[in-house]
Write a protein that binds this ligand. Structure first.
Ligand SMILES: *Cc1c(COP(=O)(O)O)cnc(C)c1O
Length: 390
């Protein structure tokens, strides 16, 4: 079967030819001045992409999860308290990791499909008059449900209660695709990964800290192992790595940043919004519901879609893969089989996403969902087409 189709999982994402070529290099010396020249401009580009020209940035071998761990071990110590919202699988995994590292996690439960509940966060912070909560852990874009939380509002809840806790944000599936304003939102630690908006294979964790967070990390005497960010910041500022980096991915990251800045970050964000709206138009035309409870929560990088009673989300994903050689995301979490997900982030055009919608639609049709072939594709076409219909 010809299987050179775009991929529609919410990471890893499609890897453009330009980045594949940027990574296809013979072995080279990671301590050479030539490699230093690759490293040096990366920090400035990342500061722009994270939305904070003064952020301290580090990138190192690992995945998004490694990035989380680096934030937790650098900024916190076992026994400290953190406050976290559980509203999906990635927030759940971050909580589990924090607990494994010996942190005491105060958990605010929210329904899967909802964003971070700001009033409850504010109450929890207000009740903590002794300021025992050292950090708030938030997931900007919950990839399991396709829900975007309001990070600016979490900052307001912290400021409104004059609470000094750090604001640590998982931006793995939003940074480089959706607006992320680290400085404006007062984010102290932000985490991204190479395999989502950066359009690269998995393998790099990308982390940014505020001045306050870096100072705390440098003063934190707890064990950090090979995830010591201060050592990384110092080396990267000098154009080198403390240990052998994933050289090909670092070359790819430099090129990816160039691609994103060439297109323009506002244009990248607008393209993601535009593509996401086309996907949502199709979902509505199929008569299906997103998991996200209301439009202001809709993610521009992934749509999680509920299947009607009696249908299986996993069957949708399997059929699309086996029959049409196209990959969509399975549902995650307790309700997993009730959901499938369309990832629409990274290197994606209108034409590419139309092919995904056409296959998703044929798949639903093959599996006896009640829909008219072409309805979803036509809805997306109407959204994408220059000519508005009368
Ligand atoms: C993909 C993702 C992660 C990171 O997962 P890894 O598999 O470790 O890269 C973390 N958070 C969110 C919201 C994600 O989408």
């Amino acid at each position: 079967m010809i299987a050179n189709n775009p991929i529609f999982i919410p990471g890893p994402t499609n890897i453009p030819e330009r980045l594949r070529l940027a990574m296809a290099k013979a072995a080279w010396d990671h301590r050479s001045p030539a490699f230093g020249e690759i490293i040096s401009p990366i920090a400035k580009g990342l500061q722009q992409i994270f939305g904070d020209p003064g952020a301290h940035v580090a990138f190192f071998t690992g995945s998004g999860t490694t990035g989380w761990q680096s934030v937790l071990v650098n900024l916190l110590a076992p026994g400290q308290r953190v406050l976290a919202v559980r509203n999906g699988m990635f927030s759940e995994r971050w909580i589990a990791l924090a607990q494994d590292l010996g942190l005491v996690v105060d958990i605010i439960e929210a329904p899967w499909g909802q964003g971070a509940p700001i009033a409850e966060l504010g109450d929890a912070l207000a009740q903590d008059s002794a300021h025992q909560i050292a950090a708030v852990l938030a997931v900007h874009n919950e990839t399991s449900t396709g829900v975007r939380s309001d990070i600016a509002a979490i900052r307001q809840a912290l400021d409104g209660t004059k609470h000094p806790a750090l604001l640590c944000v998982d931006g793995v599936s939003s940074i480089a695709s959706m607006p992320f304003k680290m400085q404006e939102w007062g984010v102290d630690a932000a985490v991204a990964g190479s395999q989502k908006g950066f359009m690269l294979p998995t393998g790099l964790a990308i982390v940014a800290l505020s001045d306050k967070a870096r100072a705390l990390a440098a003063a934190n005497k707890g064990p950090k192992g090979c995830l010591n960010l201060e050592i990384l910041f110092t080396a990267l500022t000098a154009g080198s790595f403390p240990f052998t980096p994933a050289v090909s991915l670092v070359s790819g990251l430099a090129e990816s940043i160039e691609m994103l800045l060439e297109e323009g970050l506002p244009q990248v964000h607008a393209r993601h919004r535009h593509i996401a709206q086309g996907v949502r138009a199709a979902v509505t035309a199929w008569g299906l519901e997103p998991v996200a409870h209301s439009p202001e929560l809709f993610s521009d990088t992934v749509t999680a879609i509920r299947v009607p009673p009696g249908y299986s989300g996993n069957a949708v994903v399997e059929h699309a893969r086996n029959r049409y050689a196209m990959n969509f995301g399975i549902g995650l979490g307790p309700d997993g089989d009730r959901v499938f997900r369309i990832g629409h982030l990274g290197y994606l055009s209108e034409a590419m996403v139309l092919s995904g919608l056409a296959v998703a639609e044929m798949t639903l049709h093959d599996l006896n969902f009640s829909l008219t072939l072409g309805a979803g594709v036509a809805a997306a076409q109407r959204h994408f087409s220059d000519k508005t219909e009368a």
